[in-house]
Design a protein around this ligand. Sequence first.
Ligand SMILES: *Cc1c(COP(=O)(O)O)cnc(C)c1O
Length: 370
Amino acid sequence: MSGNFLALAQLGVQQLSPYVPGKPVDELARELNLDPANIVKLASNENPLGASPKALAAIREALTELTRYPDGNGFALKTLLADQCRVELNQVTLGNGSNDILELVARAYLAPGLNAVFSAHAFAVYPIVTQAVGAQAKVIPAKDWGHDLSAMLAAIDADTRVVFIANPNNPTGTWFDAEALDEFLQDVPAHVLVVLDEAYIEYAEGSDLPDGLDYLAAYPNLLVSRTFSKAYGLASLRVGYGLSSAIVADVLNRVRQPFNVNSLALVAACAALQDVEYLAESRRLNESGMQQLQAGFRDLGLSWIPSKGNFICVDLGRVAAPVFEGLLREGVIVRPVANYGMPNHLRITIGLPSENSRFLEALTKVMARG
Ligand SMILES: *Cc1c(COP(=O)(O)O)cnc(C)c1O
């Protein structure tokens, strides 16, 4: 008789649902026999600009060295990041995407008998990394779709080792201001590592969002995670980073795979970080696209959750799944968020103006069918 290899998995893993990514363009093209060139994907918060030309040039140059292992210490990228983020080199941890950083935190600090606190409607990777190491996920009900920071504080107990907070949060786009973060960090017990996930922070510049980096010196229990996948336009290369006290960085380095960031990602990230025009254009495009989508929603009489990210959740006022399917048939891929406890919403990534228009036209058509 063979073993039941589902029942043999550790309990937290048995209870996990796998991460559901946005539907790939080629998959929809195959399923509906559509031309991939006519499909609009606004489903994974990717940068609609395409990668920075400087990043592409750096990759071309690095192709000659593919037989070599990458620099396992990521010296060049860490040096640039330390400089830009006003920290020491030994406070930087590089990850295979910032998801890797979240996983390193869980592997280093969580275990059976311990727990992580995070909000409802927060990023799907928090429960995955928590349960994967057999720790308990304490999911705290949201307030107006955003983090209820005081309820999260109240949920912390002696077995809590990590709190995940995202600013802005994905998929809701909600955020908290500096005053709320100040208060939260002051009150979190010293034995709890606060992971401040700033995957979209580059889009929030000039708004009332606090900059997590401003808090690192005062809070040795703070880790700020950031990524090159969104505003820097390098999602396919998988590169992100964590900034923390040197001690936390040392701990994460102990469990890190030796070459977790590949050489093309390293050189591309260095180039993207220095391409200030690209970042400025990403922000500009995002701001105007956000206005465009909101105007479209207003015309359709739909409400939405105000967002500081490169995406927005629209409330359809009814179960969203059939509308999602209808949009697919129009060649438009967006993101259903029922698995985030939001069955009436769809999450739309801000695209190019023409992509936003295509989406709004398709939405109008699909909604009119009732
Ligand atoms: C996209 C995203 C990330 C980044 O993922 P990568 O692994 O860096 O591609 C992290 N946190 C949140 C909330 C996100 O939405």
